[in-house]
Design a protein around this ligand. Sequence first.
Ligand code: NAD
Length: 460
Amino acid sequence: MTAEQNQSDASEDLDLTHISRQRLERVMVYLDDATRVLFDFLNAPRRSVSVSFPVEMEDGSVRVFKGYRVVHNRTLGPGKGGIRYHPDVTLDEVSFLATLMTWKCALIDVPFGGAKGGVACDTKQLSPIEIRRITRRFISELGNAIGPHTDIPAPDLYTNAQTMAWIYDTYDMLHPGKNNLPVVTGKPLDIGGSEGREEATGRGLFFAVQRFISTNLTPELTTLEGAHVNIQGFGNVGSIAAQAFKEAGALITGISDSEGGVYCEDGIDLESAHDHKDTHGTVVGLPGTQSLTHEAFVEHDCQILILAALNNEVRIDNAHNIKAQLVVEAANGPVTPGADKILNERGIQVLPDILANAGGVLVSYFEWVQNNENERWELSQVNAKLKSKMQNAVDAVVNRWRTLSTEEIANGSQELRSLQETTDDETQWVSSTQVDLRTAALAIAIERLCKVTIERGVWP
Ligand code: NAD
C-alpha cells in the first residue's frame, strides 16, 4: 500500500449519519431543483423513539435495556423495517438503517416508508425466556408507535420468526378485537407468515445478480456457469444465496463467519459446510479448505464477492486489494463511500444494498398483503413475484445508470468519454464511470419519493 493510501485511510469518516448525508448529497447532483428543495426533509428521520425498560433476569436480578424505533419517512406508506438485537445498537445506527429502508422500499416499488428498531443486548448471553421478556417489554413500551398501518417491524440481526411471534402476541394483547396479523412480518408460517419469507433476501439477491450480469456491465463476467463466488457471512442470507448460485452452476469458492473464512478453488461442498458449522459452530477448519482471516477473505480471489455480514467491511484501506469483478451488498452498508469511489475507479461494479437485499422487504410486503386479505399464497407465486420485481428493479437501475453516464459524457467529461467503447452493434459501456449503480438506484428511489411528496403537498 502506498504512503498516499495510508494517509487517506486515517481520514475516512465512518460515522453512519455522515455516510447517509454524503450519499444523499452525491445523488442530489443528478436531480432537479424541485427535489433538492426537499434535501433536509429527506435527510432527517421523521420520528425517533428511545426507551429504557427493566427486565427481570432468570437469576432474579433486574437489568435495564435501551431500545429504539425510528421512522425515517412515511410518504409512500407505513414505516417498514426490522428490529435487531445487538450490543452495538445505537440510535444513530437505527436511524441510518431506517433511512436505507426508505430508499429500498421506494426503489423496489412497495407502498411502505422506511423504519428500523433495535435493543442493545447480547442474545448469546441471554436465555430464550429473557429474550421473550425483553421483546414483550420493548413492544409494550413502544405502545402505539407501531401498528399494522403505521409502522410494521420485521426480523433483523439476532431476531427471528419466534421473536416476531412474541411481537405479534404482545401487540395483539394490547389491541384486542381486530386482525393484528399485519403489525409484524417474518412471522412463523402458522401465525400468518408467508411462504418464502425466510429465504427471500438470499433468493432475491440471486435473482438480482443473475439479471445484472446479463446486462453487459461486467464484460468479463457474463454467466454464472463456473463463476467463482466468495460469500462473507454464511448465515441466513449468505447460505441461501450460496445454494441458489450453486444450483445455477457457480462454484462457491469461499465462505466465512464470525470466526474467519475458508477457501477452496475447486468449490466448497455446501452440505459439508453446514454439517461442519452445526458441529463446530463455525465453517473454519472445514476439511479440504484453506483457512483465511477476515481481512484476507475479503481480498481473496473470486469473480463475485457477496458481503452478507456487517457494515463497513470494504473500506479505503482494503478496496485497492479487492479481486472480484462484482461486489454485492447483501448486508446494509458493507462498502463505505471511500471504497465506492476506489472500486468505481477500478472498474469494479457494486450492486448496492438497497437493490441487492430488497427481496426481504419485498416478501414482507407480500406477507402484509396476505394478512390484510386473509389469504395464503403458494411458494411458487411468491417466488415468481419476487423474481419479477427484482428483475424490474435491476433493469430500472441499469437503465438509469446508462442515462446518467450518457449525461455525464454529454456534459463533456473527457475522462468518461475515453471509457466509452463502441462495438459493431451497439455502444457498450465499460463499468468505470464516475456515476455508480448506488447513485443510479438512489436517484430512482428519491425521485419516486419526492414526486409523491410534492403530489401530497407539505402539510398544512
Ligand atoms: P445471520 O445472523 O443469519 O448471519 C450473519 C452471518 O455473518 C453469521 O454467519 C455470522 O457468523 C457472520 N459474521 C458475523 N461477523 C462476521 C465477520 N466479521 N466476518 C464474516 N462473517 C461474519 O444474518 P442474516 O439474516 O444472514 O443477515 C446478514 C446481513 O444481511 C445482515 O447485515 C443483515 O442486516 C442483512 N440483511 C438481512 C436481511 C434478511 O432478510 N435476513 C434483509 C436485508 C439485509
